[in-house]
Ligand binder design. Structure first.
Ligand code: GLN
Length: 189
């Protein structure tokens, strides 16, 4: 299976490593051509405004938005989730993919808790130790969105058909089960 990780900014290397450890042909995606070669895409954590700017600059934003609307599997972690959200509490990033029916608040976990760890229970996966880094909070979900895990009453892992998003960073804890879950989505639809 050939999976891409958006390599414009953020912690894409960690995602690539995790996918490779799972035996996947993982590719760094920075151009339209590279995007066409993969069966699914992970958008990493990082700085969503910078990533959105670079996506547009590389001519990837509209193509990815189009493909995502047509069933191309995408998994957004943290900043990646911000780019997938239809609704945002912030005016930036203005230009997003806006593919998922979720409402997201950037940097919403408060100053002292800029970064924290938590044990989650994920549907179909089980107990999962999660790392949150200046995480966005999901404050609303539409009817077509399935909540797979919650923390403190807020959804932190959600799925909408072929789209997956998490407020946390599963690429940082060495536990590959969320990545495996995404690979299943790519294979089985
Ligand atoms: N705070 C970042 C943003 O708003 C996201 C943080 C992350 O991806 N770890 O873009």
């Amino acid at each position: 299976m050939r999976i891409g990780v958006l390599g414009l900014q953020g912690d894409f290397r960690e995602h690539l490593e995790m996918l490779r450890a799972l035996g996947v042909d993982a590719r760094d995606v920075r151009t339209k051509e590279q995007l066409h070669e993969v069966e699914g895409l992970i958008i990493p954590g990082g700085e969503s405004t910078t990533m959105a700017y670079l996506l547009e600059k590389m001519g990837l934003l509209s193509i990815l938005r189009e493909r995502g609307a047509q069933g191309f599997p995408i998994y957004g972690t943290c900043a990646g989730m911000i780019l997938l959200a239809r609704e945002l509490n912030d005016s930036y990033p203005e230009n997003r993919l806006a593919l998922m029916d979720i409402s997201v608040k950037r940097n919403a976990y408060g100053r002292q808790r800029d970064s924290f760890e938590a044990d989650l229970h994920i549907k179909d996966i089980g107990e999962f130790h999660a790392v949150f880094i200046r995480a966005p909070k999901i404050v609303g979900v539409g009817p077509s969105v399935e909540i797979l895990a919650e923390h403190d009453g807020a959804p932190v892992l959600v799925r909408q058909k072929h789209l997956l998003a998490s407020s946390f960073h599963p690429e940082l804890t060495g536990d590959p089960r969320v990545h495996k879950y995404f690979l299943e989505m790519v294979t089985r639809g």
